[in-house]
Design a binder for this molecule. Sequence first.
Ligand code: PEP
Length: 250
Amino acid sequence: MNQIYIVANWKMNTSISDSINISNMLINSNLDHANINITICPPTLYIYPVYQILKNSSFQIGAQNIYSEDNGAFTGEISARMIKDFCDTVIIGHSERRQILKESNQDINQKFISAKNFNLNSIICVGETIEERETGTAKEIVTKQILSALKPVSNFTNTNLMIAYEPVWAIGSGKAATAKDAQNMCIHIRNTISEISEEKLSQNIPILYGGSVNSDNIKQFISQPDINGALIGSASLDPNEFIKLIQKIK
Ligand code: PEP
């Protein structure tokens, strides 16, 4: 896979002026990012202003979450049907949503089905907690997260599915996984996908690593054979650092 995928997750950070400022800086940086697919995921409220700036550029826009229903009496929620006019992609099952907002594997599966129905590209996040890692159940947990998120869908492709391996203990902690450990889990993820799809398809699904990635360590991750890019939190909030990170990939 020649393409590298970089996804910026701003989480519940950035003001309206930060969002506009970062978007303008990205556009004006004249970043040469041929072969690097970059998706910016602002807070929901700022998707539209960011879309206005990035819509005719080579940057893509993603949402950080959706609800599984298309419309109706679901106060405070937002659907795939609503975001599809502004976004190409949606992050589903981020560990903060699993842990803080108690989303289950079943919720994540329903969201994936909804995103797929509206031709959105889903980034399904999986990863173990520190306790699961220490008790040796990390692979088992990740297998369960993947199989329950994807079933019964089988006709996924590299245009409607990416997986982000994000060990929970590495997110926002400044302690990234080693590139070797991340690569091992990403092979495991690819093998798990091949159990429910054709072998060739599993080879084409982009698998990203996320967890304390920055401009100093990005190269270690993307040089691994089964890591096709990165999901970036903190380092995407500083436009200079984010631009530097992209330049390092080149
Ligand atoms: C994330 O939010 O998915 C993430 C990986 O955050 P950070 O880069 O800050 O660890």
